[in-house]
Design a protein around this ligand. Structure first.
Ligand code: HEC
Ligand code: HEC
Length: 302
């Protein structure tokens, strides 16, 4: 009896040691990503102040770049998830109110955060999708910043971001990149001009690569598992011509505006149709025209 007990004790002891070692290994491996400091040369771009530009910035922030999905409808930040395994994920308060970074950030800090994924303190920003925003033109980026700077201050002091053991394990494994800064070529300067706004495939290409469609639906748009997403999400759909056979332009509008497919089934909320419904007619038509030009691929092909 004693021997068995001792043996099981030993087994448990070594298992516990193993768990501790794995956790410590994950911590060290993840710390290499989390603890890095980045120096990005300040980039100055024109930030407009006229009401037309600010209104367009609002449209981009809500319906194209979708900052509001994480930072909240009023951009005052929120705790987007909190668990022992994942930690506490906190898209910060962007306004000039109490607890907001709006009163701290200089124009070049906004550019560095949005385009490079680096905070004003040089930290890599966790899950901030700068890898998408790096494709924005100087004009659109300026309008986004103009709008964010103009929103009413909201007092909202949030607790700091923490990363739990599972999040750290994932970061340390290097399989999923949660820090946009690691995926961006920082030597490239911002795109000078966007294609002319209008219902053209060229403008659709620009939207697909600034609105996050290609981040979820994959670089070839053939769909499949979403790497940096909620594990409960279904795979993204195939948006190449072979995946959209049931669609015509009208059906595509219905999908993006109401979250309903041809045939009447509902599209999962992982697909941000509550945002895409606010896209303009020209924007939706442009995306539709662009999707018709991409090479057809099997579902999930990368
Ligand atoms: C997928 C969620 C998500 C989206 C979408 C998103 N952010 Fe963030 N953002 C975050 C998180 C989380 C942080 C805090 C990260 C950290 O502390 O490591 C953050 C941090 C920031 C910061 C902090 C900079 C600093 O110096 O502290 C700024 C500025 C910012 N976001 C602006 C924006 C703007 C503008 C948009 C839209 C163009 C946007 N974010 C879209 C999640 C998001
Ligand atoms: C945050 C991730 C995400 C982003 C961003 C995103 N999608 Fe999706 N999308 C999904 C997922 C997941 C599905 C599959 C939903 C389901 O299976 O019900 C989907 C489904 C769709 C469908 C329905 C296809 C069908 O018939 O099954 C269309 C159309 C679509 N997306 C277009 C777009 C376009 C255009 C954009 C960019 C403007 C975009 N999506 C951005 C995740 C995303």
């Amino acid at each position: 009896m004693n021997v068995i007990l001792r043996r099981t004790g030993l087994v448990f002891g070594s298992l516990l040691l193993l768990v501790v070692l794995v956790a410590a290994g994950g911590f060290v491996a993840s710390q290499r990503h989390i603890g890095r400091k980045y120096e990005i040369a300040p980039e100055s771009i024109p930030i407009p102040t006229d009401s037309l530009s600010i209104a367009r910035g609002r449209h981009l922030v809500r319906s194209i770049s979708k900052c509001v999905d994480c930072h909240g409808e009023n951009l005052a930040g929120t705790v987007m998830q909190e668990s022992a395994a994942m930690g506490r994920w906190v898209p910060v308060n962007l306004t000039r109110g109490k607890g907001g970074v709006g009163s701290v950030l200089k124009d070049e800090d906004w550019v560095r955060a949005i385009r490079h994924g680096v905070g004003h303190d040089g930290r890599p920003l966790f899950i901030m999708p700068s890898v998408v925003y790096q494709n924005l033109s100087v004009g659109d980026l300026g309008e986004i910043i103009a709008y964010v700077k103009s929103v009413p201050p909201v007092d909202n002091e949030l607790p700091p971001l923490t990363l739990g053991p599972v999040a750290r394990g994932l970061i340390g494994s290097g399989k999923v990149t949660f820090f946009s800064v690691e995926r961006i070529d920082h030597s490239k300067s911002a795109r000078a001009l966007a294609p002319a706004e209008g219902p053209t495939a060229e403008y659709g290409d620009y939207i697909v690569h600034t609105a996050g469609c290609a981040e979820c639906h994959g670089p070839t748009l053939a769909g499949g598992k979403i790497d940096v997403g909620d594990p409960s999400w279904p795979p993204a759909a195939n948006l190449t011509p072979s995946g959209l056979k049931a669609y015509d332009e009208a059906a595509f509008f219905t999908a993006l505006r109401t979250g309903v497919r041809p045939g009447g089934s509902k599209i999962n909320e992982a697909m941000p149709w509550r945002r895409t419904k606010e896209m303009t007619d020209d924007e939706i038509r442009a995306v539709w025209l662009y999707l018709k030009t991409v090479p057809p691929r099997e579902f999930g092909a990368r």
